[in-house]
Design a protein around this ligand. Sequence first.
Ligand code: ADP
Ligand code: MG
Length: 751
Amino acid sequence: MAKASTTESRVQVAVRARPLNQREIDLKSPIIVSIHNSQILLNKPNDRHNTPKTFSYDFCFDSMYANSSNYASQEHIFQTLGEEIIQNAFEGYNACVFAYGQTGSGKSFTMMGTHNDRGLIPRLCQTMFDRISKEEISTDFNDDTKQSIDDSDDSSAAFSMKFSSSYRVEVSYFEIYNEKVRDLLNPNNNHQALKVRENKILGPYVDGLSQSAVISYSEIETLLIEGNNYRTVASTNMNNESSRSHAVFTLKYTQTLISDSTKGVKVSKVSLVDLAGSERASKSGAQAEYIRFREGCNINKSLSTLGLVISTLAQQQTTTDKSKKPFVPYRDSVLTWLLKDSLGGNSRTIMIATISSANDNYEETLSTLRYAEQAKKIVNHASINEDEPGSIIRELRNEIDKLRKELADAKETKKSSEKLNAEINENEKLMRTITKDWYERVAETEKISKERHEILEKAGISVCSSGIGLEKDKLYLVNLNPDPSFNELLVYYLKTRTSVGRPDATVKQDIELIGVGISPEHCVFEIRNQNQVYLTSINKSKTYVNGQLIDNERHLHHGDRILCGCSHFFRLNLPSERTLLNNSATPAMNTIDGSYYSFVDAQQEVLLNQLAADPLTKELRSFLKESDIEQDKSRILSKKTSDVYEREIEYLKQQLMRSISTNLPDRKLSHKNRAMEESFSKWRYSNILVNDSEESRAFFAKLKQELIRVNALVSEANTISSEMQRQTIFAVMLQIPVSYLKPNERVDYQI
Ligand code: ADP
Ligand code: MG
């Protein structure tokens, strides 16, 4: 593509600190971040040297105190960063924003936001269309009228007004999970993972990714909602953790400018990326090995390569000798390959690093701030992508001709002619896509959107109400998900009889679920007497209500948690009871953030009920039940003494001597449970007695979360094992290093 002169621009780096979340408030975790204009101070309490670490960035957004007048709102962030991106796009520059930070630090909130508090992506899209329609109207008027409409606009907009112009917006939305690309707008594309290829003229691209032609903001809004819904469904069905995937939303904006004598096309690509949780990149040593093992080698690849690309690009800036410039490994991961232009290439790029302000996350915050420091050093070479119309097509055609000639001249091996043929096919395929008429594209987009609707509706999700204008007086289920941005995103309205089961069931199910532990015909919801809901499990399927496995019919109430299989959690909304509960003076249920039970609470409930069946896990149960750590600690400290601790060690020794060897699975399990309980209780008391600190509180809270999570995995593994009719039984074991049992020594734990 013919390029205008390039301008050098540094990657701009913004940091946003979010408010404390409920867990951090419960832990009484101090705030360790303070922001002064473009400087951030990180102050670790109890630090021996106690010198705050200072960092400075292009922008620092203080969103730590929601009620403060300084609170950096979504609107403020859009005004500061988004307006410029739109301006760049209209001028014909590529742009990219990527959000980096640990899970839970506010990446999705900043990029996508919530329905009531929209983030950067929806605001950008809305403003872009507002501006397009403004300019389109203005081009229809005569010059005088134009001036009055657009008085406030800047010079470049005024410049473009002199032309008769037309605007096209195409969007794509995909996620990268475990180095595989999943199209979020066209589920039919995902029967096989999409491949990333690189074309000489067009650069890297995802082969076969859908490009939706959109003509209004409301169309984009629907795409975003449905894309996110599909992402939620896919991640629950495959049991993928969303924190491990990267979501990439791309806007391609094409302007055709026609003046009296010339015609030109400006194309700008805006990539908006919500990265996987950075904690995955910063793990080192044994933990990294363990994660690699568990996640099938690839899961971190994109994130770790991004780190490598950023540090290499930063290094490049300090190397003056051109021949010694380090090699940038863009092609080592799908993400960096696709974002090649955005990093060190033709793009104006912004990184938003999101951090928690709590002491509890000190290490991750420090690592994010250091990462952001590196990104500041990257210099991009952005240029306006302006061409004569059809020049790309001409270039592609020339390339095809050249390849054909090479093929004809080729006297070489079969292998090289195969390669040439593949290249020709690839270029022809791209040609066909590019030369498609706009109306053809709009029609294709409509077709894909219909198919997407059907797929979502077939799964039982109420598409028309997805998030907007939820009919609150109806009976429905919402999904519970560990990722707040996926939580309660899916709405399933209940009919008089709603069946739940797998898509491959002989009878079509109203709500289709895929995943471990889901039976073809799993369970049935029935509405009786207008507003009474009954749930029946079919053939002893794994159906839980409020953590209890049900084996027959169960009358459900508003707010009840339902688990189908191992990972599909729902909450029931029963409007008639909700009103009653709201009116009653007593707090009826555990309310978190104004709603009943979070995903973790629901998961914990299931675990507690499972443990209730095993008398040996009493200790673990009481630990998991703790709601107030302070209160519990005093209880335990008064009850337990180091005598008990020693007695327990003695007991463990006896157990070791006895050397139990049995192949009976149930005994194996209970033995493990016992060992778990013993190790756990010893370690715990030693820790509490010795280390009654902030650090230990945070540690316990984390351990509790990990235990709940790991137990869910174990339960799933056992379900898979029984589905495969294997004898293997898995159980959780807490390994506590011997050194940990000595007072005053604090070592990391492993699960
Ligand atoms: P991530 O995508 O980084 O894992 P999320 O964006 O899902 O994190 O944020 C975690 C939680 O914190 C969400 O419930 C979100 O609404 C909340 N949150 C994040 N940033 C802010 C903020 N600036 N103001 C208010 N709430 C926030
Ligand atoms: Mg997120």
